[in-house]
Design a binder for this molecule. Structure first.
Ligand code: F0G
Length: 447
């Protein structure tokens, strides 16, 4: 008889544990854990072409859990989870937009934006959370918790609310999440706790509380979250007809997502579904860039910083929990980490927003990182690039309004589209319209 497909394994010392146990670090060395599937069994079930056919057959008109852009790949996400235990909204199936504008500005052959802001709670976190909450539900957890810069908490709150009798607890850094993000766990009925501290302190405290009270922690240090998050890689590859891009550009905060994307592509190659791995570019804001600094210093030592204020509040993290996994994934791919200034981030955001693809400042950090990597020759003109936009612009309205209104400290908006106030009078409106007033064109400085 076959045992479970998956176990937990420490990425430091290799010790392993059953997946059924709720555990967030190795008992022996406190290292990060990962879910390890039995790939020999998966390979025996199907070859690469068979896996591709299976996933393609689920793309159209599929009912049930396979409609989700996470559970379409159920066998590679959590093979031991019975389909009946899945808690799905359904998430994923986000668009991959070709960006002619970015191709022209950066003189690059093929640039696309994977808009994860199109998920049910408007961020990529829904992919990891459907896995995290489903597994918590499966193992009988009644209480789930996370610390968050705003998006993890929104996702956890929504998924926990879908499970009868499951209580959610979120811990947020006071004044450091957007109003829209704050509204989400409140609306979903979570116990919403605000601490006068930054994210790095919030998560440290919550990890201890969860250990003491045996609460299921659903931050990305929980390896089951990473399994759902990997589906960004699967879905991107599938949307490109299983021909992966040369680069995946990802904004990095706590570093779970970039680790997951690296793991996802690596799974696909192990199973013969794709034949090469993209390089990973991790993008940070200068205000919170421990990994970009570590990259610049040749990864000589583990870098921790005190995060400063940034428009990219969701990645305002100085001590990323998944640091070791992210460094491993980026180095194995031949990629890099890079950082951008507030000005670069917000100008990049305005450029992408102008094309109708409305992204958040964190996503714009990836766009700015991409433009810089092109300038520095890290990315070559003939390469194919996918930039992951992690959340929707509507979650961060204030940053957009402040930029266009010229009210962001330290940023002079190159592409400002100011609100024009005129009298409530037909002639005044007509005069304005016939004057030919339009938003300033891209590529030139605004007024
Ligand atoms: N983009 C957005 C919109 C995010 O919310 C986050 C992380 C990231 C990028 C970075 O992803 O942490 O996996 O490297 N937000 C977490 C949260 C920290 O609590 O919502 P990461």
């Amino acid at each position: 008889m076959n045992g479970p497909f998956s176990r937990l394994r420490c990425i430091g010392c290799g010790r392993d544990y059953p997946l059924g146990e709720i555990r967030h670090e190795c008992d022996a060395c406190s290292g990060l854990l990962e879910v390890a599937h039995d790939f020999d069994r998966l390979k025996n079930e199907r070859d690469g072409a068979d896996w591709r056919r299976l996933f393609d057959s689920r793309m159209d008109g599929t009912a049930g859990p396979h409609r989700s852009g996470v559970w379409r790949y159920h066998e590679l996400v959590l093979p031991d989870l019975p389909a009946g235990q899945i808690v799905s909204m359904p998430e994923g199936n986000t668009n991959l937009y070709r960006s002619k504008q970015l191709e022209e500005i950066s003189r690059t052959r093929d640039v696309r934006i994977k808009h994860e802001g199109e998920n049910p709670t408007l961020s990529f976190k829904d992919r990891g959370m459907t896995a995290g909450v489903s597994w918590a539900h499966h193992v009988g957890a009644r209480e789930v918790a996370c610390a968050s810069t705003g998006d993890t908490s929104a996702a956890m709150a929504a998924y926990a609310a879908r499970v009868e009798g499951m209580r959610g607890v979120v811990v947020l850094p006071k004044g450091k999440v957007s109003m829209e993000q704050l509204s989400q766990p409140i609306a979903s009925g979570c116990l919403t706790i605000s601490l006068p501290a930054d994210f790095d302190v919030c998560i440290r405290l919550l990890r201890d509380v969860c250990r003491r009270l045996s609460i299921c922690l659903l931050n990305s240090v929980n390896p089951v979250r990473i399994e759902g998050q990997k589906s960004i890689a699967y879905e991107t590859a599938q949307q490109l007809d299983w021909d992966p891009p040369d680069w995946m550009v990802v904004p990095v905060g706590n570093a779970g997502n970039i680790s997951a994307i690296g793991k996802g592509f690596s799974d696909l190659r192990t199973l013969g579904i794709i034949d090469r791995l993209p390089k990973l570019l991790g993008a940070q804001a200068e205000a919170a860039a421990p990994l970009a600094r570590a990259h610049g210093e040749g990864y000589r030592e583990h870098v921790r910083v005190k995060a400063k204020d940034t428009v990219a509040t969701a990645i305002r993290i100085g001590d990323p929990v998944s640091y070791d996994k992210a460094v491993g994934a980026v180095r194995a791919s031949g990629g890099a980490f890079i950082s951008s200034s507030e000005q670069e981030i917000m100008d990049a955001k305005a450029m992408v927003d102008r094309t109708g693809v409305y992204v958040c400042p964190n996503s714009a950090t990836a766009v700015a990182g991409f433009l810089k990597a092109r300038e520095q020759g890290i990315i070559a003109p003939g390469e194919r690039v996918v930039i992951v936009a992690t959340a929707h612009g509507c979650k961060f309205s204030q940053a957009t309004i402040d930029y266009h209104g010229g009210r962001l400290t330290g940023v002079s908006p190159r592409f400002a589209n100011r609100v024009v106030e005129v009298a409530a009078d037909i002639d005044a409106i007509e005069r304005l319209l016939v004057s030919g007033a339009v938003a300033p064109p891209l590529g030139k400085d605004g007024e």
